[in-house]
Design a protein around this ligand. Structure first.
Ligand SMILES: C[S@@+](CC[C@H](N)C(=O)[O-])C[C@H]1O[C@@H](n2cnc3c(N)ncnc32)[C@H](O)[C@@H]1O
Length: 246
């Protein structure tokens, strides 16, 4: 099968990413001038009205969005959405909010969600930091997931990494009193940074003890970036932090 998001017939995305550019100095992503295919356009046209959430910059009533009040999971930077789709299917009792800036990945997931037809998922095509800051009320999330965040492994790019003290404090604010944070990375020095930052963040307790990690849990399937990391000879570190009211 051809990749629907690869090249031909490219057009401009119907819903371009509309972050308030320049507001934050350093972002965790650089938007590439990608190409947009008819299949991707169709995904946005057909499935966005059902699964998409337009960023408005004000607190959202998620009970109204989902038509129920259930525990909620946010996945930040879901890539092509394989892990999110897996969780949506295996965890129908919880609602899922995926956030991703890369349009081809969003399109790919929208197509998959339309195929599956589950209703416990919604998607933002926007910067997760802004969504968390402005659309998600404090204490609302049962779980936050960040799988294989961009490693920005060159020293001069390290500053773009998502997991930094201010971002960690934002995550803590959004978690419910019994919530948890799950991260995975295949970069040893990013795992070190995660421990440096998160083990020291008030309100979080590393489930595996200081600088500890856990085996990959069943709700996280092995996805593209992990497989690529393994081919490069990288290890994998899953880190789970429980919200610790202190
Ligand atoms: C290395 S990929 C990993 C994708 C996926 N989690 C996986 O494991 O296959 C990191 C993803 O995070 C997204 N990303 C980076 N910063 C983001 C942000 N601030 N908000 C939303 N998505 C972001 C990137 O566009 C990219 O798709």
């Amino acid at each position: 099968m051809t990749d629907p998001f690869s090249s031909e017939g490219a057009k401009a995305p119907p819903k371009p990413f509309t972050a308030t550019e320049g507001r934050r100095e350093i972002r965790s992503f650089v938007l590439r001038q990608g190409r947009f295919t008819p299949a991707q356009q169709r995904a946005f046209d057909d499935a966005w009205p059902r699964f998409g959430l337009d960023y408005a910059g004000t607190p959202r009533d998620f009970d109204a969005t989902f038509g129920r009040s259930a525990p909620r999971i946010v996945e930040i930077g879901f890539g092509n959405g394989a892990a999110l789709r897996h969780s949506v299917r295996m965890d129908p009792a919880r609602d899922h909010i995926g956030i991703e800036v890369h349009a081809p990945g969003v399109g790919r997931l929208l197509n998959a969600l339309a195929e599956d037809g589950n209703d416990n998922v919604r998607v933002y095509h926007h910067d997760a930091v802004e969504v968390l800051e402005h659309e998600i009320a404090d204490g609302m999330l049962d779980e936050i997931r960040i799988y294989f965040p961009d490693p920005w492994h060159k020293k001069r790019h390290n500053k773009r990494r998502l997991v930094k003290p201010a971002f960690a404090a934002l995550l803590v604010r959004k978690l419910a009193a019994d919530g948890r944070l799950h991260l995975a990375t295949d970069w040893a020095d990013y795992a070190e940074q995660m421990w440096d930052v998160l083990d020291a963040t008030p309100g979080l307790r590393n489930r595996a003890g200081p600088r500890g990690h856990v085996p990959r849990p069943p709700w996280r399937p092995q996805t593209h970036f992990e497989t690529r990391g393994q081919k490069l000879g990288h290890g994998v570190w899953d880190l789970i932090y429980d919200r610790d009211p202190g």
